[in-house]
Design a protein around this ligand. Sequence first.
Ligand SMILES: Nc1ncnc2c1ncn2[C@@H]1O[C@H](COP(=O)(O)OP(=O)(O)OP(=O)(O)O)[C@@H](O)[C@H]1O
Ligand SMILES: [Mg+2]
Length: 319
Amino acid sequence: MNQYTNAVQTNDLTRHFGEFVAVDRVNFYIPKGEIFGLLGPNGAGKTTTIRMLCGIIKPTNGSGTVLGYDIRKESEAIKKRIGYMSQRFSLYDDLTALENIHFYAAVYGVPAGERKRRVDDLIDQAGLRGYEKELTHNLSGAWRQRLALACAIAHKPPMLFLDEATAGVDPVSRREFWDLIYQMAGEGISILATTHYMDEAEYCNTIGMMYQSQLVALASPDRLKDELPGTLIQITCSDPLRAEQIADQVSGVIDSAIHGVRLHVAIRDEKVLPQLKKALAQAEIKIFDMETILPSLEDVFISMVEERLQKQVNQASGG
Ligand SMILES: Nc1ncnc2c1ncn2[C@@H]1O[C@H](COP(=O)(O)OP(=O)(O)OP(=O)(O)O)[C@@H](O)[C@H]1O
Ligand SMILES: [Mg+2]
């Protein structure tokens, strides 16, 4: 096995599809045993980044290593040593859970003599005991997900790529799935995960935020939240949609966004509060509750997207 400090390291990683730049000079690294979360809106370039790292497609420009291997020149060595699980992970529906794991163990080159033992361990690790003989097409979403994970790690890869691996899975099962991931990181396995669930992003050591092909933020979840400018106010009121439009007009409001039935408003400082209250009162919006809160990753994510959109609007209008 190669010696490496960082499980992943990229240097201006870039991928074009014709004229279109899907990944634009992306730089980050993942220390061994850490969980790195790649977040970003649809089409940001997350899957394309993963596909380059897994050796499935070649970068147009830039370079990178995975487990110390060059993604351009040593993609075969990488493919053998990583686990890759995507939303469209292919399980064989007409095989049992056990047969699927056996199949993947064979494909990933687990020696025949060790396979039975390894498959048995995987059944326990993924919490599939009791479901071994179940036909895969009878398994519910959460159990399929666990089975897919067991298959993806059949060969004990030191690096695991999870591309929206929990999409469509219920919250309790997602948490249990992440408990497994955390346990694996504790054993020294490095993990790169993409997700649209912000609660999952909280599990990551470092987060990279991608937007329109570029990495626009890179820090720990706490640091990203700390760096969010201003003070965040949560408002429960009678007409949050209209309240958002009104809040946006108040001087000193950095931005505002609807979170479920509540409104989050980032203000420059506490002095903006009276003006905000006044504007809402004038619009006959009833405020039921108003409090200062700590930002969540969702706030960070929405603020990042809105800030970039605003920049583009300003540039387009020559401002
Ligand atoms: N093979 C391809 N040929 C042409 N364009 C592509 C190809 N693969 C991806 N793209 C484009 O590159 C951009 C980035 O796609 P990518 O799948 O990496 O985004 P993503 O961040 O994973 O999005 P999502 O959250 O929806 O999965 C998209 O605009 C997509 O249409
Ligand atoms: Mg994707």
